[in-house]
Write a protein that binds this ligand. Structure first.
Ligand SMILES: NC(=O)c1ccc[n+]([C@@H]2O[C@H](COP(=O)([O-])OP(=O)(O)OC[C@H]3O[C@@H](n4cnc5c(N)ncnc54)[C@H](O)[C@@H]3O)[C@@H](O)[C@H]2O)c1
Length: 350
């Protein structure tokens, strides 16, 4: 069992990893407890939840919108929530984001915590104090920075997580290793089968290392003004691919990582041997969705990204495995790199 704290300007989180869910109540504050979850988690685990009022939302990204917030606020009123209420989100990244946002805004802020149940939530979404919801189709456009008081992470939840969702979370794990820790990267390669077979020791070790990496990055740059941007590695094209193809986040980012590795090579930052090694690993690891990519549609979405200003884009590249460099590149240049990469990729596959 592992424990650390993540400290930020808006508070600090106590992160508990490898603790059994059955012991959760010992760590919760003695306040009125309201649980926020989704219908998948409630159907699997409701009897094991601590005693509380429960708000059950439909599962999936479509719940992460403004109308869901209103539903939650009204439920909180109905349940008589007051400043003495603690809101606990039990679920994947969607539930963590909604819980953090609702708790941070209802009555100008209630205390809250997470039990992340997907791998993506355990290694990423539950950590670092970002809580956002979507505005129409624009991802995470409305949000707040506020840290959960407690994050209670039990890898046993992963036994019921669909395999596709597990692999999606694994992409973020590989990303952590690539941007921060070469030894972790090699350990992942060596233990890949055990991890995919949900070996408890390997999962605990992996989740713990990823939590440590996220802590180190967000504590140095909570508001994403510098270092935290490295967590966006693979996400620039990943987001466009996710929008065009509807692949899982991880499947999309895995492609985004391949593109970023290719650009790192072409910009003479990364050695060819490292680029080949990473690409081979990603292509054989089961992280990619093998449907053919629609290059021109991806470029179109990439060009119209509503969150972007100007024509130069800060792009996270690798200078070696475990080290990043952030450079500004012209949008046209990035598109050209993407098309060149896609041509190479399709040629190798055919
Ligand atoms: N705030 C942040 O810092 C941050 C970081 C990364 C991602 N996110 C957000 O996280 C979201 C994605 O998270 P996600 O991939 O966990 O998606 P998700 O919350 O939609 O969960 C994926 C699916 O798995 C199901 N599920 C979760 N845990 C389960 C379990 N143990 N057993 C059975 N089913 C389970 C869910 O019901 C859902 O259907 C996105 O909205 C993304 O924007 C936020």
């Amino acid at each position: 069992m592992n424990e650390l704290t993540i400290t930020g300007a808006t508070g600090f989180s106590r992160i508990l990893e490898g603790f059994p869910f059955s012991g959760l109540s010992d760590f919760l504050p003695h306040k009125n407890l309201i649980i926020l979850t989704d219908d998948h988690l409630s159907s699997l685990y409701l009897e094991r939840f601590p005693e509380a009022r429960v708000i059950v939302l439909p599962h999936g990204e479509q719940s992460k919108d403004l109308s869901t917030l209103e539903t939650c606020y009204l439920k909180l009123l109905e349940f008589g929530a007051d400043r003495d209420t603690f809101i606990l989100g039990i679920g994947g990244g969607v539930i963590c984001d909604i819980t953090g946002f609702v708790a941070s805004t209802f009555m100008r802020g209630l205390s809250f915590g997470f039990v992340p149940t997907s791998l993506l939530a355990q290694v990423d979404a539950s950590l670092g104090g970002k809580n956002g919801v979507n505005l129409k189709k624009i991802k995470n456009m409305v949000g707040v920075f506020r840290h959960p008081e407690i994050v209670f992470c039990d890898p046993a939840f992963l036994t019921t997580l669909p395999e596709k969702e597990f692999l999606s979370g694994l992409t973020e794990v590989v990303k952590h290793a690539l941007i921060y820790d070469i030894e972790y990267y090699h350990w992942l390669q060596e233990n890949w089968d055990a991890i995919c077979n949900l070996d408890t020791t390997s999962l605990n070790k992996m989740i713990w290392r990823s939590i440590q990496i996220k802590k180190e990055v967000v504590e140095k740059d909570e508001k994403e003004e510098g270092l935290r941007r490295i967590l966006n590695f693979g996400h620039t094209f990943g987001h466009a691919i996710e929008l065009v193809h509807g692949f899982t986040h991880g499947e999309s980012v895995a492609y985004g990582i391949l593109v970023a590795v290719y650009i790192s090579l072409k910009e003479a930052l990364l050695q060819e041997s490292s680029a080949t090694e990473i690409s081979t690993f990603i292509e054989t690891s089961g992280l990619l969705n093998k449907q053919p990519l629609k290059g021109s549609e991806i470029c179109k979405i990439f060009r119209t990204d509503k969150k972007r200003t100007g024509t130069r884009i800060q792009f996270v590249l690798l200078s070696k495995i475990g080290r990043t460099t952030v450079i500004k590149l012209e949008q046209d240049m990035l598109e050209k790199y993407f098309i060149d990469w896609l041509n190479d990729f399709n040629q190798i596959r055919s």
